[in-house]
Design a protein around this ligand. Structure first.
Ligand code: FDA
Length: 391
């Protein structure tokens, strides 16, 4: 039996941050992970450059059944704290878009930084270690294929269900069930949409095309790029709205978020009445998009033959595009998992289970999901930090 102070299950973003903080306090910490490498999701994140935080991270950027829960942790460990750590390790980074900070070089810089901090804090990491059984009497006993551990504190940092090929498992939810902790149903978030066959046929020439849009559902709206794919729709705007979308809901998409399309068509009609509708639209959209959105006979009409109503109808095909997704691509490609461990069962100051002393849940396994843009890592760092200060 290996006796330690803290066992952390999951050597991802949240688990490593928690290990560092607990280790710094002089706690004897061991991190267990069934994978053969630490931080696999960090390595694949941000297109290999890890969007490690966001300059504007705040509680408004998170979805949860208890949206207030993240306030305490996010205030205890802010984006500026993580940026200071990145600077301390001399990792070059840049702001790409809307406050999103990425490594200049590789995501591996972040993993190496966390490993260096773990080493300094005396943290032991055991990879290729699967947990078979957890029991609690006075202490937690964790039975693994790599020996038996007992500890005063047990931290579950095993993440959500997204990208099972990267080692994602429902492990954390099972531990929650074992200890009678409520779970909110889980679903894929920050995920592309698939389209019904008829829509796929209609937009068959569009895969690869990306353009700015404003997308709305459930009273939420995002103005970002949309990307047509072979399966359906993706791009930042779509990933963002997917976390708010409910099955069978219709998306309202404005493909002219930065242009007053109807006004522009009227001006073109006034100035050059012989211009064909398709030529007028080509000022804003590529031909293949126009062909998919407006009927051929209308496209070949001169603007002077279009009445006010017809111009409005043409414009609305782009500004009020209504599309009902078939579904999402699911956990296979989702960046995050919505739902999970009910925040109301945890202390917001430490992420410790209220009626189960010594048991903590942090990171993505908790019902706290960030927007696209570095917010999910910031939650992992912050929840890991507060648990590490208490575990
Ligand atoms: P994480 O999933 O990182 O770690 C969990 C660990 O637990 C893993 O090491 C896993 O092997 C281990 N584990 C699981 N089950 C286990 C078991 N049964 N036994 C032992 N160990 C087990 N976010 C962001 O802010 N910026 C970004 O750029 C990106 N980019 C991005 C790209 C892609 C492709 C994905 C899939 C996700 C992102 N994300 C992101 C989201 C981000 O990666 C995610 O929110 C965090 O990694 C969550 O951190 P955790 O530590 O909670 O889980």
């Amino acid at each position: 039996m290996n006796a330690v102070d803290v066992v952390i299950i999951g050597a991802g973003a949240a688990g490593l941050m928690c290990a560092i903080e607990a280790g710094k306090r002089g706690r004897n910490v061991v991190v267990l992970d069934h994978a053969n490498k630490v931080g696999k999701k960090i390595l694949m994140s941000g297109g290999g450059r890890c969007n490690f935080t966001n300059l504007d991270a705040s509680p408004e950027n998170y979805l949860s059944h208890n949206p207030h829960f993240c306030k305490s942790a996010l205030a205890s460990y802010t984006q500026w704290d993580f940026i200071a750590l990145v600077k301390k390790h001399k990792i070059a980074y840049h702001e790409k878009h809307k406050g999103q900070l990425f490594c200049d070089n590789k995501a591996k810089d972040i993993v190496n930084m966390l490993l260096a901090e773990c080493e300094q804090a005396g943290v032991k990491i055991l990879l290729n270690t699967s947990v078979n059984k957890i029991e609690h009497e006075e202490q937690y006993t964790i039975e693994t294929n790599n020996g038996k551990f007992c500890s005063e504190s047990l931290v579950i940092a095993s993440g959500g269900l997204s990208i099972p090929t990267m080692g994602a498992t429902p492990f954390g939810y099972k531990v929650a069930e074992q200890f009678g902790i409520n779970l909110w149903p889980t679903s894929a978030g920050l995920v592309p949409f698939t389209l019904h066959l008829t829509a796929k046929e209609k937009y068959a020439d569009l895969p690869g095309l990306s353009l700015p849009c404003e997308v709305n559902t459930q009273g939420m709206s995002f103005t970002e790029d949309l990307l047509f794919t072979h399966r359906g729709l993706s791009g930042p705007a779509i990933l963002q709205i997917s976390s708010y979308w409910q099955p069978s809901e219709t998306l309202h998409i404005n493909l002219a978020p930065n242009v007053n399309l109807i006004k522009d068509l009227k001006i073109q009609k006034e100035n050059k009445p012989n211009t064909l509708v398709k030529t007028a639209l080509q000022a804003h959209y590529p031909k293949r998009l126009i062909n998919a959105f407006t009927e051929e006979n209308i496209l070949n009409q001169p603007l002077q033959e279009c009445g006010q109503q017809q111009l409005e109808k043409i414009s609305q095909q782009y500004t009020h595009w209504l599309i009902k997704p078939n579904g999402t691509e699911g956990y296979r490609t989702a960046e995050v998992t919505l739902g999970g461990v009910d925040c109301n069962m945890l202390s917001s100051k430490t992420c410790e289970v209220r009626n189960q002393p010594g048991l903590f849940f942090i990171g993505e396994v908790v019902d706290m999901t960030g927007w696209l843009g570095g917010y999910n890592f910031q939650w992992a760092w912050a929840s890991g930090f507060v648990a590490g200060r208490a575990a």
